[in-house]
Ligand binder design. Structure first.
Ligand code: ATP
Ligand code: MG
Length: 720
């Protein structure tokens, strides 16, 4: 065996033990910031350096593709370019790749389409209509969620009926579920859940294929194991069954995806499932100040069901956590922006050192407006991703059709987009034929002569078919993807219709399509064998989180869910109000308070040095101003690490809120500082024209006290 690498000394003793324990099942349950992800990273480098496995015999599963990429880069730094050959990524991306190789064994082709949530909802809507259910009454989204839950629990449509039929909704779901599975198969399409469920089917039915992949992945590692669902558990259980070299890391206190079927039992049962499993704790937190850890600990210990864990840090006590007590959401965003500017000036932080974390995506809107107005650069993570935009999905639907013409859902999407005279009536006639003849819609279009269709529509269909056929031939003849795409944009009339529309919206759609062309060119240049099917499958799994760039000089705005695994020197957890964080109940469903609390724990533990909480006393909802109560979580935080600052607008806004305010003082037994942002006691200071720029608004502290971090335009950040 080669000598141990020197990089092992970048780790503490517990971490080293975890890395050295290479063979057999290994479980690491440890608190936030204790180096779980770091251990996985080093463990992979160690396995390769110690020649335990070839890089392509190691499979590492992460929660986002971005996390995988970062891990890979780090491993590359440790052991060199070999790291490129590792199998790393999300469950979805890794298994979609495996399915591309093996699809024919389960009745699909390697060109299968991947349906995102919208496509799958469209397919369900279509099925509801065909079966005479009114999608306004039976919401496709509801059926979709029930089907998705069933899939992740590995409940087959045949068994759904036995298991669940108690109500009409169950009945309908059972029926639509079966039809949906059939329809997807006809369409040669898989939804996100299938990317996990189909491999299990594949491995279950083909021992030889299972064994091939068991031998391929001699070592398997999984990050964020607390958020795996049953299907993910099952598929890795199958793969690890031969060599049992499975290492999972996670934190039960950070389990925040139970609404997507994440099952904490996967952690709890690990030692039962894997005989001889070794458990190694990690107890030192390297990320956060003592104050931040204390706040986090005081929150999480309120939950009944947590595993016992120790977490301590050698880091400084750090700053007290500030609670911003605001009048409304504009006030809140203003004060957050002011604080970011001030901290940047006073302590030498960059904009990218900060994150604003909220419970729900819509909260970003006021922040975007305010930050833009105040000149605070930001990057928004989440919301609609580029590939979910209508025009992008349209073009991708066309491209999909070229390799997977039996995909009805994508064909329906663009058959009359842009409008080419194949209206609803004609489409319904065509669909009826497709069902009657049990052929895909495309096969019906190809033989449109044989059916009785409104003549002008028939001619349009013929033109459409010959256009698609021509593009298919181009593709088969090896024409470049980008050229085929350009021709498609031209021949389909898609670009022309946007030019003719000539509205600002159409302009921005055109720009997005041009950006898509860039993505295609880039893909073609950077891949050895760029196929349309691998392009389409890859991009359908890109999420917005994957795009987040920590080096961009901008404040990050994201939901707490999206912030999992990340860390920032400064964090603002905003909107800490009842019925927002913890979230309010929708459709009278019970809110899982323990999960909301874990979510708050995740938010707190993203912070390294500076942490703010904030809440508003009033907030607009459905166009109405509503009173808000501060979140119960604020009262659960250990009082000796927080102080409250009441905003100026509250004082100004007469006595309306006096009662609330008193409440603040008494329930939160800590210092209350009242401060008026609008009339700073100190004017903005500009020390010299091209040196240190200090925007100083806070009267409480001297910016140039010894030890303060400052930023110098030429010398960069420094300490006084
Ligand atoms: P989370 O639960 O939030 O996913 P984690 O347990 O995965 O956290 P990491 O992200 O791996 O923790 O580590 C937290 C921070 O501490 C990182 O910046 C990491 O580089 C650093 N760190 C971890 N271990 C050490 C160590 N032994 N020496 C120095 N820094 C360390
Ligand atoms: Mg981690």
């Amino acid at each position: 065996m080669p000598q141990e690498p020197s990089f092992i000394h970048d780790l503490n003793e517990q971490q080293q033990r975890a890395v050295r324990h290479t063979d057999g099942p290994l479980l690491i349950v440890a608190g936030a910031g204790s180096g779980k992800t770091r251990v996985l990273t080093y463990r992979i480098a160690y396995l390769i350096q110690q020649q335990k496995a070839d890089p392509n015999e190691i499979l590492a599963l992460t929660f986002t593709n971005k996390a995988a990429k970062e891990m890979q880069e780090r491993i590359q730094q440790l052991i060199g370019d070999e790291a490129r050959r590792l199998w790393m990524g999300t469950f979805h991306s890794v298994f979609s790749k495996i399915l591309r190789f093996e699809a024919d064994k389960i009745g699909f082709t390697s060109n299968y389409s991947i349906y995102d949530t919208e496509d799958s909802k469209n397919a369900i809507k279509q099925l509801l209509k065909e079966n005479n259910y009114d999608p306004k009454e039976i919401r496709p989204r509801t059926i979709q969620r029930l089907i998705s839950d069933a899939k992740n629990e590995l409940i087959h449509p045949d068994h759904y009926q036995e298991k669940f039929v108690h109500s009409t909704l169950d009945d309908i779901t059972a029926k639509i579920y079966r039809l949906y599975v059939e329809r997807l198969k006809h369409n040669n399409a898989m939804d996100f859940d299938d990317l996990l469920v189909k491999p299990i089917e594949l491995f279950g039915e083909h021992d030889d294929v299972l064994e091939k992949y068991q031998d391929r992945f001699k070592y398997i590692l999984i990050d964020e194991y607390q958020d795996t669902n049953h299907a993910q558990y099952k598929v890795t259980n199958l793969l690890a069954n031969k060599y049992k070299n499975l290492c999972v890391v996670g934190d039960d206190a950070q389990s925040i995806y139970s609404f997507r079927g994440a099952d904490i039992r996967n952690i709890l049962d690990f030692k039962n499932d894997y005989e001889g499993a070794v458990e190694i704790p990690l107890e030192q937190n390297y990320r956060s100040t003592k104050a931040i850890l204390k706040a986090a600990d005081s929150i999480i210990k309120r939950n009944d069901s947590q595993l016992d864990k120790t977490l301590w840090t050698d880091n400084d006590m750090g700053d007290t956590i500030t609670v911003l007590d605001n009048y409304d959401e504009r006030d809140e965003a203003n004060r957050v922006a002011n604080y970011i500017k001030e901290l940047k000036a006073r302590k030498g932080y960059g904009y990218n050192d900060f994150a604003v974390l909220y419970r729900t995506n819509y909260q970003s809107r006021v922040y975007e407006e305010t930050f833009r107005r105040k000149g605070v650069p930001y990057q928004l993570v989440g919301g609609l991703s580029f590939y979910q935009r209508k025009e992008i999905k349209d073009i991708l639907a066309y491209l999909t059709l070229l390799i997977n013409p039996d995909d009805d859902t994508n064909l329906i999407r663009i058959i009359n987009e842009p409008s080419r005279g194949i209206g609803n009536k004609s489409l319904n006639d065509l669909l009826a034929q497709s069902r009657a003849q049990n052929k895909s819609l495309w096969r019906i279009l190809e033989n449109v002569d044989q059916i009785d269709l409104y003549k002008p529509a028939e001619n349009s269909v013929k033109k459409f078919v010959s256009m698609i056929d021509e593009l298919k031939r181009d593709l088969d003849n090896g024409k470049r993807l980008i050229d085929v795409t350009k021709k498609l944009l031209d021949k389909s009339g898609y670009m022309k219709s946007l030019v003719e529309e000539n509205s600002p919206k159409a302009m921005s759609r055109r720009e997005n399509i041009l950006e898509l062309q860039n993505a295609i060119s880039y893909f073609e240049k950077n891949n050895n064998s760029p196929s349309l099917s691998s392009f389409l499958q890859e991009i359908s799994l890109i999420t917005d989180t994957d795009k987040y760039d920590e080096d961009k000089p901008a404040v990050t705005m994201m939901t707490v869910h999206a912030a999992k695994g990340l860390e920032f020197p400064g964090v603002f957890v905003v909107g800490l109000e009842e019925e927002l964080f913890p979230v309010g109940s929708r459709n009278n469903e019970d809110v899982n308070i323990e999960e909301e609390r874990r979510l708050f724990y995740v938010a707190i533990t993203r912070a390294e040095e500076v942490l703010f909480f904030s809440h508003c006393r009033s907030r607009y909802k459905y166009g109405e101003e509503q009173r808000k109560k501060r979140s119960r979580f604020l009262d659960e935080v250990s009082p000796d690490v927080v102080r409250t600052e009441t905003g100026a607008s509250i004082k100004q806004s007469n006595n309306n809120f006096q009662e609330n305010k008193k409440d603040t003082k008494t329930t939160n037994n800590n210092t209350t500082v009242e401060y008026d942002w609008k009339q700073p006691l100190y004017q903005k200071k500009n020390r010299s024209s091209n040196n240190t720029q200090i925007h100083y608004d806070n009267p409480d502290e001297d910016p140039f006290q010894v030890g303060a971090k400052v930023e110098h335009n030429i010398f960069g950040p420094g300490k006084i």
